[in-house]
Design a protein around this ligand. Structure first.
Ligand code: 5RP
Length: 230
């Protein structure tokens, strides 16, 4: 699909989901090129007076910078431990609303905010819907830089092809200063079991599998926007 059309689908999904936000809410602000449309829409509604008393919890340093520019008041989970709604993107969504996230490397903060949220709304264009996770995307796995090669070998032993994410000639660094291994497992038969295996390994800080967390998925396709609920 031409890039302009994908942009338009992302915009439609993000702006639709922004309509779930109500005055007075604490809102998790997702990361990536789809979630930013929701954030911009929330900012516009605040400017127009259609929304008031919103505070945002950004899921990455990039989103924090964007939200400050847009004039959205921000808070932290220390001040507001419960988030009413979080709107975030995803790289893949399966029929049970399990997700692969972390295309932007922000999945650790995204998962922390999602776990603090009453409602996680995922916004995607329809190219992100898959029958099985791992079909088109590797799982981003945040690892501490110390002995990262040992985590790469471990992922290989679990059947993955891991690749160190790069930023030019140097390893990509997350907001926490860690590395990302993009681990291609191919289509994953049991994502929950794989998530448990990954969580058992020292040195793996967080993986990009989000199991049973999303309540709503807003999908934009050429035929329009669909709101899927669990
Ligand atoms: C960042 C993420 C993003 O939400 C995910 O990669 C989707 O991004 P985009 O909307 O740009 O395709 O998980 O860590």
């Amino acid at each position: 699909m031409p890039r302009m059309n994908i942009e338009s689908l992302k915009r439609q999904a993000g702006e639709f989901a922004a309509g779930f936000v109500e005055s007075g809410m604490t809102v998790g602000l997702g990361s990536g090129s789809t979630a930013i449309f929701a954030t911009r829409r929330i900012a516009l509604s605040l400017q127009r007076g259609e929304l008031s008393a919103i505070v945002g919890v950004p899921t990455s340093l990039a989103t924090e910078a964007a939200a400050i520019k847009l004039g959205i008041p921000l808070t932290t989970l220390a001040e507001r431990p419960r988030v009413d709604i979080t709107i975030d993107g995803a790289d893949e969504v399966d029929p049970a609303f399990n997700l692969i996230k972390g295309g932007g490397g922000a999945h650790l903060r995204e998962k922390i905010v999602a776990q603090a949220s009453e409602r996680l709304v995922i916004v995607v264009d329809d190219s992100k819907l898959v029958d099985q996770l791992g079909t088109a995307w590797a799982i981003p796995i945040e690892v501490v830089p110390f002995a990262w090669e040992s985590q790469a070998a471990h992922l290989q032993s679990l059947g993955a092809k891991p690749r160190l994410r790069m930023d030019g000639d140097a390893p990509f660094h997350t907001d926490q200063g860690n590395f990302i291994l993009d681990a291609d497992f191919g289509p994953i038969a049991d994502p929950a079991a794989l998530a448990r295996q990954l969580e058992a390994r020292a040195g793996i800080v967080e993986h990009g599998l989000f199991i049973g967390m999303a309540r709503d998925v807003v999908v934009a396709g050429v035929a329009g926007v669909q709101h899927l609920r669990r």
